[in-house]
Design a protein around this ligand. Sequence first.
Ligand code: SF4
Length: 459
Amino acid sequence: MYEFAVTPAVNQIRRRGVTITDVAAGSIGAELELEAGDRIIRVNGRVVRDYLDFRFQSAGETELVFDVRKHTGEDWELNIERDEAEDFGLSFEQIVPRQCANECLFCFCKGNPETARPSLFVRDEDVRLSFLYGNYTTLTSISEDEMQRVIEQRLSPQYVSVHATDLEVRAYLLGIDKARADISAKMHRMIDAGIEIHAQVVLCPGINDGAILRRTIYDLAELYPSVSSVAIVPLGLTRYLNDPRLTPVTPEFCRSTISEVSTIQRDLQKRLGQRFALLGDEIYLKAGKNVPAQSHYGDYPQIEDGVGMVRSFTNKFAALTRALRASAPGRSRRATFGTIMTGSLFAPVLAKMIDQLNEQFHTRLKVAAVDNDYFGGDVSVAGLLTGRDFLAARHQVSGDFAILPRVALKSDEPVMLDGMRFEELQAQFDVPVMACDFSSFAALVRNGSPFSPREKGWG
Ligand code: SF4
């Protein structure tokens, strides 16, 4: 869910320049007496639209002129000399995303409860955010200015939702006409300029699967290595996204997709030296199959899209158990007594790993599968669980503490998708609750003792 990486476009007035939000003590910015609220309007005479422009226009420059509009209303011109690698110590306002003009059949914005946080309704389609955070764009409405910017500033790689190379099918899925759906010239322009592209297909049974998917993969493989990977992720239906033209993804559909795509992957492995088209973890889990080995994923080109996350986690878990065995083999870890809450899709996989951990190291950990009632439908991944879902699963918690997945919280603020703040959630549990990523979970197991999440914060 990429809404965590953006701010809502609504109610924000665009002003010239980019606003400084923080200045590090002792930095060049502080020496220049820059302050939060000041705006940098130009760098070396060129207008700055956002922090990407600032970064691009100041990169490698040792002598600079900033035109600054102070928060007091004064205009300053600052002449600056610095060493090439010296940082300005400035933080900037977030980028306000451009929005798409598509009407995708499966748009996640239609799949939100009305009470969801406003940022969940932002239909971002922004090549800057694609470069910065791996957000996908369809390229259907990219302007000439944006295209030139991608090329000039080398905003590479770009993540592009292709969905189907068959124009009729792509136009149908995006809810636009065929002329707009045709992005081949735009992709070629980027490719000719040396921009790398990672493609995505949201797989909708009966629409872009089967022969259409096969053609999409092979058409994109023709553009390898400029198009360097294709992620194929399943359509996700929520209780609010129930367009009758969409068919749910079933375990049987996942099994046949794995079988069809495996044949293509073997062929592409021979021809390109890599599998190129990678299926999302959800497809393997729903099919009841093991996810492939690490070698299948190469350097995990689209892990943020849920492609290879389970394999990466499993391998890190195996490394953790090896390290525990080597470090203090006889040490009792019985004090590590608590519950790990996660999405119902990943819970059985995690439970197997945790069972082995308990057996080998005498920890007393339990996995609780949390159903997603907020979005409903077939949503079962951990990152979309909400505060009220965790609360509804409280009865499953046993032990001295509960852990929930860090990805269920906004990246820069302890708040969940339904707007519930983490401290509100913590207050409603009888035991301490901590949001963990893999490294904080590993630290907990290594330390072998319960912890106080309120002391450690929410991350
Ligand atoms: S491109 Fe499609 S899925 Fe993405 S925000 Fe726009 S309408 Fe929604």
